[in-house]
Design a protein around this ligand. Structure first.
Ligand code: ADP
Ligand code: MG
Length: 684
């Protein structure tokens, strides 16, 4: 990069110390920062109309010459400047309060572009067209910045207005954009007909035409995605040159385990296990994502990996996102390994110090093979010897860096990340671009898809009669609501307590109900879940704490109250709690959605039971930031690229990044790229 671009913004014409301070609040410290401070939106002011056609209330751009000026003092402290402009058709007044000093800018006969809203009030009162505080620009100016063009709209800060910032950026892109070093290899620019970085930056701030704008945008999006993919590949390559453990699975132990199961692995499970076994055997640390819809049977595949590591006398950690799931997986694994020489421990945030100490002692004395837990597993004060494998279950909330931190708990242990969230390809490539992927794309046999109904709230009687029938026939049910406490702000929504009472008293008085919510202790929740599993409880009323992982095949009905309050991915997870056995299952969505989005979401759920279809739809409706319920690292942070709009660009960027990084010595050949990657701001 030309060294001018690294200079403080203060030295740019039109920016002094005071403005520099304001710009700094926007993250703009250098000239380069300014060039890459892109608009959040645009306004089309390129259509100039005659004054006659400018209707009151309308926001317009017009061209007129100064006809007269009038300064007046309305009262003390309130001065008014009125400038009348005319064109061949009509007249319009531009008025400014307490800015009479502007008068010097307007001399009679001079032409200006004006932009603003024709005041309805003036029209009503005086039958005159008037614009309060219009944007104005001399028509003979060589470079029009604010009018007669598509203008950029920037995110602002206090005491810095659109016009000021736009002018600063305009000057900067015209004087300095061509000094930007174009690090993108020429062969790629040729191949995809991408403009020079300087041209792209200028065009993206101040579009000159539709086609050139689209090209500029493509260039910038491609650059971002390309660099990001290269970074992921560099991360991945770093692992591949690290030496890890080799865990060749013991054939005998595996065979024992499989013969004890009361089912056969599906071919998708076999394939996934085959991939994993291959990774375990290599002495390069495994970095694999196991993706499979809810109920597809990931646990047993993970269990095989755990067993392989046990058979090599190494320790494994199994991390679940919540305490209730950690406990449940702990029991599931205990059950799966009950006839095998495997010792399992549990650590969660609410484990007592004593319990934790006992587990730590057992780890210390090599007495445990597997420790299951929540994040608590990775507290600083816990050290693991012989850590061979980390399994992260149901965890899409982890960026690359966070995963690496976990890996540092051992000496390059193998890593298996499992997710049931069907992640659209574009997101998977970004979030998990550094991982190898295995997909379990098939359900265990004998499952028929859950039948989903959408009902309005006035049908609750019928809905719960149906639930009643199912329970009488020996099935079990879940009822989920989004609220824990009754809320004044949302009086129409049902809290979990109220719902529990209603069901107990009104809808299902002679059934055995249990309640589970996030504010209960883990032990209490676990107890209720256990009773439910045993069949002593017919129906569980719950908040979304049951969202993931709960496995009760006899549960066949999932009722979701106020279903429009949930995201699609979440609804799909909830629905996945039923349909886990061979009986026909049902999901009933109770909702009166008020918005178009809300209706679309519910309809998407009724229309499809395919997690991928739903996820794509969700991404489309809500955008990537909302997709997971929280902002995600690495996916919301591109300045230009959008993972929804730019899926094609992403695919190309990934392909080219892969091609480039697999060339020998590419880093020596493209030092600019390496440098750029190291400056990448996107968090991974
Ligand atoms: P998830 O992928 O959502 O974690 P689980 O591993 O909890 O799914 O499996 C869901 C249910 O399916 C469990 O009851 C499990 O025992 C059962 N299951 C897993 N694999 C098979 C299979 N190949 N055949 C029949 N049932 C299976
Ligand atoms: Mg699971």
């Amino acid at each position: 990069m030309d060294s001018t671009l690294a200079k403080s913004i203060e030295y740019v014409k039109g920016v002094g110390p005071a403005r520099a301070e304001k710009l700094s609040k926007l993250g703009i410290d250098t000239l380069a920062d300014l060039l890459f401070y892109f608009p959040r939106d645009y306004e089309d002011r390129s259509k100039v109309i005659s004054i006659k056609d400018a209707a009151p209330g309308e926001t317009v751009t017009i061209k007129g010459e100064v006809y007269s000026l009038e300064k007046s003092r309305i009262r003390k402290g309130l001065e008014l400047l009125k400038v009348t402009f005319i064109d061949h058709s009509d007249a319009v007044i531009g008025s400014w309060f307490n800015q009479t000093y502007l008068a010097k800018n307007f001399s009679k006969g001079e032409e200006f572009y004006l932009h603003g809203q024709i005041s309805e009030k003036s029209w009503r009162q005086f039958k005159k067209k008037e614009i309060n505080n219009p944007v104005y620009e001399a028509a003979d100016s060589e470079n029009l910045v604010h009018t007669n063009r598509v203008v950029p709209i920037y995110t602002l800060t206090k005491n810095l207005n659109q016009k000021q910032l736009r002018s600063i950026v305009f000057r900067a892109v015209n004087n300095y954009a061509n000094k930007l070093n174009d690090w993108l290899p020429a062969y790629l620019k040729r191949k995809y007909k991408l403009p020079h970085i300087g041209d792209a930056v200028r065009e993206y701030h101040f579009p000159s035409g539709r086609d050139s704008f689209i090209k500029a945008r493509q260039r910038l999006a491609f650059s971002e995605l390309f660099l990001f993919q290269i970074r992921l590949m560099m991360e991945k390559n770093q692992y591949q040159i690290k030496k890890g453990y080799s865990h060749p699975p013991s054939t005998e132990l595996m065979a024992d385990f499989l013969s004890e199961l009361d089912f056969k692995l599906t071919s998708a499970q076999k394939k996934a296990w085959h991939d994993i076994a291959g990774d375990l055997e290599k002495n390069i640390p495994m970095q694999r994502l196991l993706q499979g819809d809810v109920g597809s049977g990931k646990t047993v595949v993970a269990a095989l990996a755990l067993l392989a590591v046990v058979s090599n006398s190494k320790l494994s950690l199994y991390m679940a996102p919540t305490e209730i799931l950690a406990e449940q997986q702990y029991f599931t694994l205990k059950e799966l390994f009950k006839n095998l020489p495997v010792n399992i421990g549990l650590i969660t945030g609410s484990s007592s110090t004593g319990d934790k100490e006992k587990i730590l002692e057992r780890i210390e004395s090599d007495n445990l093979n597997i420790v299951v837990g929540t994040h608590a597993l990775f507290q600083d004060d816990i050290n693991y010897k012989n850590l061979g494998l980390i399994v992260i279950d149901e965890q899409h909330r982890f960026g690359v860096r966070q995963r690496q931190r976990l890996m540092e708990k051992g000496e390059n242990p193998d890593l298996l990340v499992m997710t049931a969230t069907p992640i659209p390809r574009s997101l998977a490539m970004t979030l998990y671009g550094d991982l190898d992927v295995s997909v379990i794309g098939e359900m265990p046999p004998g499952r028929s898809p859950v039948i989903t109904y959408w009902r309005k709230r006035d049908k609750r009687r019928q809905i719960y009669d149906f639930v009643n029938q199912k329970i009488e026939a020996g099935d079990q049910a879940f009822v989920v609501t989004s609220l824990i406490e009754p809320s004044d702000e949302m009086p129409n929504l049902i809290s979990v307590d109220e719902l529990y009472q209603q069901l107990n008293e009104k809808f299902l008085p002679d059934k055995n109900l249990g309640m589970v919510h996030g504010q209960m202790t883990a032990a209490d929740k676990q107890e209720i879940m256990e009773e439910f599993k045993q069949g002593n409880i017919d129906l569980i009323v719950a908040t979304t704490v049951i969202e993931v992982g709960i496995d009760v095949p006899n549960a066949t009905v999932m009722v979701i109250e106020d279903a429009d309050r949930f995201g699609l991915a979440q609804l799909h997870q909830l629905r996945g709690r039923v349909g886990r056995g061979d009986k026909q299952s049902f999901c009933i969505l109770i909702a009166d959605p008020k918005t178009e989005d809300g209706i679309q979401r519910i309809e998407a759920m009724v229309a499809s039971s395919d997690g991928f279809v739903i996820a794509e739809k969700d991404l489309e409706i809500r955008g990537p930031g909302e997709f997971f319920g929280t902002r995600q690292h690495g996916i919301d942070e591109f300045r230009v690229a959008s993972l929804i709009q730019d899926q094609k660009v992403l695919q190309i960027a990934r392909k080219e990044a892969l091609r480039l990084t697999s060339k020998a010595n590419w880093e020596k050949k493209y030092p600019d790229i390496v440098n750029k990657v190291s400056q990448l701001e996107v968090i991974i």
